[in-house]
Design a protein around this ligand. Structure first.
Ligand code: FCB
Length: 282
């Protein structure tokens, strides 16, 4: 490891190459964290940010806005980061989580208010503010533990955060997923290891394959293949850490007849090969 590498994620120069990093940044006027976080090209992952004390200022010029206790920010990949303690307060404490989202989160990662690519949720109900704070704290605690499944647990808690944020959108219409899509999703979950085609799925619910494709995308926010691959890869991760099956066997068990294709999809979704994943978490 390079000895000049920054090991503190609160300081510039830290390499956020991991899947999930979480922390609290307690900025006090004049303190050593009292600088502007300025990443003009954004980051490779997403950041969700919760103000727990004081006030922060995001962006400058025409795009400038303030965040206060209970407000949340969501920075998608590549969106510029520019924020600091507000001149109007002595402190700005914010919790944050850096993550690579699961594919099926697409529509959870869009909020109604957006400035310069950053999503904003304000006016969160007091009860929910406390629940969100607890979820952030649990993820922060988990991000310090190295054990199999901590990533899964953290992503599960993070999903709860994203659902609560959705529930706090101002124009929320409590919309249920189309029952035909629920049927397709349930079918795929039960038959993940089988090689079903979109035509077969469409037949199940008496729609044409192209109508099913559109409806699926509208309701779930991704294609059928993305959804299926996402589920298969989560199952592969479990098998990699809990079984002694070879990678070829796992590939077959989760429905990929071609292990090379499996490794490619795995690497694409998990950021590393199945072999390295197994070595890293065992
Ligand atoms: C820290 C910042 C925090 C967040 C993480 C990724 O240095 O204080 O707001 O941006 O980096």
């Amino acid at each position: 490891m390079n000895s000049t590498m920054q090991t503190d994620p609160l300081k510039p120069g830290y390499d956020f190459n991991a899947h999930l990093v979480a922390g609290l940044t307690p900025i006090e006027k004049g303190g050593d964290l009292d600088f502007t976080i300025d990443r003009p090209n954004g980051m490779k992952g997403f950041i969700i940010n919760l103000t727990v004390k004081g006030q922060g200022t995001v962006f400058h010029g025409d795009d400038v806005f303030e965040v206060q206790e209970g407000d949340l920010l969501l920075f998608p990949t590549g969106v510029p980061h520019y924020y600091h303690r507000s001149e109007q307060t002595e402190e700005w404490h914010h919790r944050w989580i850096y993550f690579r989202p699961r594919a099926y989160w697409n529509n959870r990662l869009k909020w109604e208010e957006c400035i310069n690519g950053v999503f904003i949720t304000k006016g969160v109900q007091i009860d929910d503010q406390e629940k969100l704070n607890q979820l952030f704290l649990q993820i922060e605690a988990l991000s310090k533990v190295e054990e199999p499944y901590v990533d899964e647990l953290s992503l599960n808690l993070l999903e709860q955060i994203l659902i609560r944020c959705k529930m706090n959108q101002p124009n929320l219409i409590k919309k249920r997923v189309d029952p035909r899509i629920t049927e397709v999703v349930n079918y795929m979950a039960k038959h993940l290891n089988e090689d079903f085609s979109n035509e077969q799925l469409a037949e199940l619910i008496c729609l044409s394959p192209s109508r099913l494709g559109h409806l699926f995308r509208d309701e779930i926010g991704m294609t059928i293949t993305q959804w299926r691959d996402d589920q298969r890869i989560s199952r592969a991760k479990q098998l990699l850490v809990t079984s002694n099956y070879s990678i070829n066997q796992i590939s077959r068990l989760i429905g990929y007849s071609d292990p090379l294709y499996f490794s490619r999809v795995f690497k694409n979704k998990a950021g590393l090969s199945p072999k390295l994943y197994r070595e890293k978490v065992m």
